[in-house]
Design a protein around this ligand. Structure first.
Ligand code: NDP
Length: 401
């Protein structure tokens, strides 16, 4: 029986709140807090039964967070606001000795660069305070780290090649929209690509390397190499990896929209002066694009995200592919969300459940792959994200067309 505080009432916050509310035996009391109180109230009302308390909080403000945490006294804070707030929320957790969980790593507002170094730097402070932080517990990062740890535990003596493949074959019917916070999403896609090879990072131009990859029950989709944050922790925690890459699908139309927006300067994070005040073009763009939480209704098709791994077992070459397919419409029926919010919110709930029931325990700052993957894998099957695996079959990422 535990009290939790969820911060952020967007697409993912809605799923985390609804999923946690389903398990009162673990999450006995839930508070949902965010910048806009009405969004919290709407979610609480939809869940009903007085399950969710709500509050307004500016998560950029440490004293405000500390006051809220001291008043409510949760055991764990689930941060599903934006990556900009990771450090302020971690700081408030430290000051109040409260466990912490998030789904995306910190990035400063004025540089599009996401790295774990700022959050890993809290390890000793969290350890000394006797509390735990679990970083990146969504799908990617999150389940992709658990999948990799599961492969390592059960199928390999040494993993050598890892390809994370992320396909969204859904159609939301809008001309252009992003599936999670537009500002964060566009910053991620428009920066240089990067992958790990032979002990170093190889940099590419944005979306430079691409090819068709076959996804289960979906078919072939053009997939692009991006830098994604879990690569940083996975190559650190599995040092036998000779190469680690992350692939994501984008449709031609999406790429064209993005190119135009980039070329006219709308994706820039450098402030411009407009009618006497400074505005950041990308923040203005976010304000006119659909909110991720509004995309669920009528969204059709599936996502497919998985890990394709090559390595050695008992002296022989082995290949392994583990993945989940998730249907947008089924997510909407269950929790009024699209699959990107769902595949992020369910793992956050599972991570929180494992922490609060003592199955994943530690003092300090951790990434998901540092814990036993088995209870997490079991709960994915149980709570809405069933997975499939293939052993010693050709890997779709390697098929040459
Ligand atoms: P949304 O933009 O839909 O929601 C973000 C929420 O955070 C909004 O409710 C917003 O409030 C709130 N917020 C923003 N700034 C503050 C602040 N200073 N104080 C309090 N609340 C604030 O984004 P998503 O729900 O799609 O994404 C949430 C998080 O999940 C992001 O960090 C994203 O990167 C991560 N994510 C992780 C994935 C994974 O697989 N690991 C995949 C997808 C997302 P307001 O409504 O007022 O703007």
């Amino acid at each position: 029986m535990s009290k939790i505080l969820i911060i952020g009432a967007g697409g993912v916050g809605n799923v985390v709140a609804r999923k946690c509310a389903m398990f009162p035996e673990v999450f006995s009391d839930i508070m949902l807090a965010s910048r806009t109180l009405e969004k919290c109230d709407q979610i609480a009302k939809a869940i009903g039964g007085d399950r969710i308390k709500t509050a307004k909080v500016d998560a950029d403000n440490v004293p405000e967070l500390v006051t809220l945490i001291k008043d409510y006294q949760p055991e764990l804070v689930i941060n599903v606001a934006l990556p900009y707030q990771d450090l302020t929320i971690m700081e408030a957790c430290l000051q109040t000795k409260t466990h912490y969980l998030d789904t995306a790593n910190y990035e400063p507002k004025d540089v599009a660069k996401f790295e774990y170094k700022w959050q890993w730097a809290y390890h000793d402070k969290f350890k000394d305070a006797g509390i735990m932080a679990l970083l990146g517990c969504g799908f990617d990062p999150g389940v992709t780290g658990v999948f990799t740890a599961y492969a390592n535990k059960h199928y390999f003596d040494e993993m050598h090649y890892l390809d994370i493949v992320d396909c969204n074959a859904g159609d939301h019917g809008k001309s252009f929209a992003t599936n999670f916070n537009p500002e964060i999403n566009i910053r991620e896609i428009t920066q240089k690509g990067r992958y790990w090879e032979n002990g170093q990072w190889v940099e590419t131009a944005p979306l430079e390397i691409h090819k068709k990859i076959e996804y289960p029950d979906i078919g072939e989709r053009e997939s692009y190499i991006l830098y994604h944050e879990e690569l940083e922790s996975l190559v650190k925690n599995f040092p036998t990896l000779k190469r680690a890459r992350f692939w994501m699908t984008f449709g031609e139309k999406y790429i064209n929209f993005l190119k135009v927006l980039q070329e006219v300067g709308m994706t820039s994070i450098k402030p411009v002066v407009y009618e006497g005040r400074e505005i950041v073009p990308l923040q203005f763009l976010k304000a006119v694009l659909p909110e991720p939480s509004s995309l669920g209704e009528g969204y059709k098709g599936q996502t497919s995200i998985g890990c394709q791994i090559k390595g050695i077992k008992d002296g022989k070459q082995r290949t392994y592919y583990v993945w989940n397919n998730c249907d947008h419409a089924a997510c909407y029926r269950e929790v009024k969300a699209q699959a990107i919010s769902y595949t992020t919110g369910v793992p956050a709930m599972i991570g929180a459940m494992l922490m609060l029931t003592g199955k994943w325990q530690g003092k300090g700052v951790f990434n998901v792959e540092e814990f036993d993957p088995d209870p997490f894998m079991e709960k994915l099957n149980k709570y809405g994200l069933p997975w499939h695996e293939q052993v010693d079959k050709p890997l779709p990422v390697e098929a040459d067309k």
